[in-house]
Design a protein around this ligand. Structure first.
Ligand SMILES: C[S@@+](CC[C@H](N)C(=O)[O-])C[C@H]1O[C@@H](n2cnc3c(N)ncnc32)[C@H](O)[C@@H]1O
Length: 202
């Protein structure tokens, strides 16, 4: 099945909607989907969306393909590789929602530049997100959560709607627990959930 799901640079750059046969209303992107269980659950619950999953780990891609096959999903496409090579190919405002769930925290300060949410990636994420689009980040790593908050609140394109601690302590109702989240909780770590909206372009 994988060749049918894999996408390449040229097709993405033209129009991500054209990657799907069902003329999706919105295109969503999940970065570093791991075993793909969250992506498959979103694809099942939102058949009108088209979801692009991005993952470097081959066993993760294989696991997602199994979910797609078992659930007969027709709204999933896969970028098997580094998200930093995918993002520049996506047209401006083409993505309605981005999930970055439990990205590798790169805890040492000298490795902070490798974090998927940070000063290098945010302008690119702001560019590809549609007006009013969502960036959903989750992490159990306090240093990374602080770092993400610091950079996201400083980015003029993004807006945090959280009003009470419950807003960042509670997983969005439409997201299932990922494999990594389950492990983090078993180990006694507490996740934080940050949802930022892309401000409308002037
Ligand atoms: C800690 S795991 C979390 C997986 C999954 N989101 C979960 O919550 O169970 C981080 C994932 O991001 C992937 N990843 C790391 N850097 C990446 C990159 N630059 N592009 C795409 N995927 C990446 C890794 O291969 C790994 O599967």
């Amino acid at each position: 099945m994988l060749p049918k799901l894999l996408i390449g640079e040229a097709a993405v750059a033209r129009d991500p909607r054209a990657l799907f046969q069902h003329a999706p209303q919105d295109i969503w992107l999940e970065v570093g989907f791991g075993g793909g269980e969250h992506l498959a659950a979103q694809a099942t619950a939102n058949p009108v969306a088209g979801i692009i999953g991005c993952e470097v780990f081959l066993n993760g891609v294989a696991s997602l393909v199994r979910h797609v096959d078992e659930r007969k999903l027709n709204n999933v496409r896969v970028w098997h590789g580094d998200v930093r090579e995918l993002l520049p190919n996506l047209p401006d405002g083409s993505i309605a929602r981005v999930f970055v769930l439990y990205p590798d925290p790169w805890p040492k300060a000298r490795h902070a530049k490798r974090r998927l949410i940070g000063p290098d990636s945010l302008p690119e994420l702001a560019r590809i997100l549609a007006d009013g689009g969502e960036l959903r980040f989750a992490s159990d790593h306090p240093v990374y959560v602080r770092w993400a908050l610091q950079h996201l609140t400083a980015a003029p394109e993004f807006h945090w709607q959280a009003r009470t601690p419950e807003d960042w302590r509670t997983r969005p109702a439409d997201q299932i627990e990922t494999r990594y989240e389950a492990k983090a909780k078993t180990a006694g770590r507490t996740p934080s959930y940050l949802t930022f909206l892309r401000r409308p372009r002037a």
